[in-house]
Design a protein around this ligand. Structure first.
Ligand SMILES: [Zn+2]
Length: 177
């Protein structure tokens, strides 16, 4: 379970605080359509957990920063074969805390910024970071994809065709034997 969902982000950075813990993928609603729904009833259904570390610090210019580290396994859907794909999530993101969007200067453009918030929702923050880091169209490596379910259906229809034809073939063979 999530121990502390809200923090005062500036206080967190100014006092070099740190938080560790685990979050379940199921706790992040916006991630759900990216993830594979494993067969209902399976023990591992939506039990995937992500380890998080949140660290507050000041950068070399004395600016308040947050560092987010997220590590865990996600079950995504392969866009080629539509089967599940285990994606190892490992992201480290450093975020500058700004009072407003005009504050970040040109040299800070390459650093991601978030608005300082005395009631920062960590779950929403982690969810956003995960969404940004997941591949847009995840795929198994070439040759690893398992057959698509529809493929089996096509094969079954082919077999029925053969059965339809075969009785005549068998009959004619019997007739002329
Ligand atoms: Zn695949």
């Amino acid at each position: 379970m999530f121990e502390q969902q809200f923090i005062d982000s500036l206080d967190f950075a100014n006092n070099s605080r740190e938080l560790h813990g685990k979050i379940a993928m199921a706790e992040m609603p916006r991630l759900q359509d990216k993830l594979v729904v494993l067969d209902v009833g399976f023990e591992h259904d939506r039990k995937e957990e992500i380890n998080y570390t949140l660290r507050g610090f000041h950068d070399r210019n004395g600016k308040p920063m947050l560092e987010v580290k997220l590590v865990g396994l996600c079950q995504l859907r392969c866009q080629r074969c539509l089967q599940s794909l285990t994606y190892p999530l490992k992201l480290v993101s450093q975020l500058l805390l700004v009072q407003n969007w005009n504050e970040s200067s040109v040299e800070e453009d390459e650093i991601d910024s978030i608005l300082a918030d005395n009631h920062l929702d960590l779950l929403a923050l982690f969810e956003e970071e995960i969404l940004l880091s997941l591949p847009f169209a995840p795929r198994h490596p070439v040759g690893v994809c398992r057959p698509v379910k529809e493929g089996y259906v096509v094969e079954e229809i082919d077999q029925i065709d053969q059965i339809d034809k075969n009785p005549f073939a068998v009959l004619s063979e019997l007739k002329y034997m």
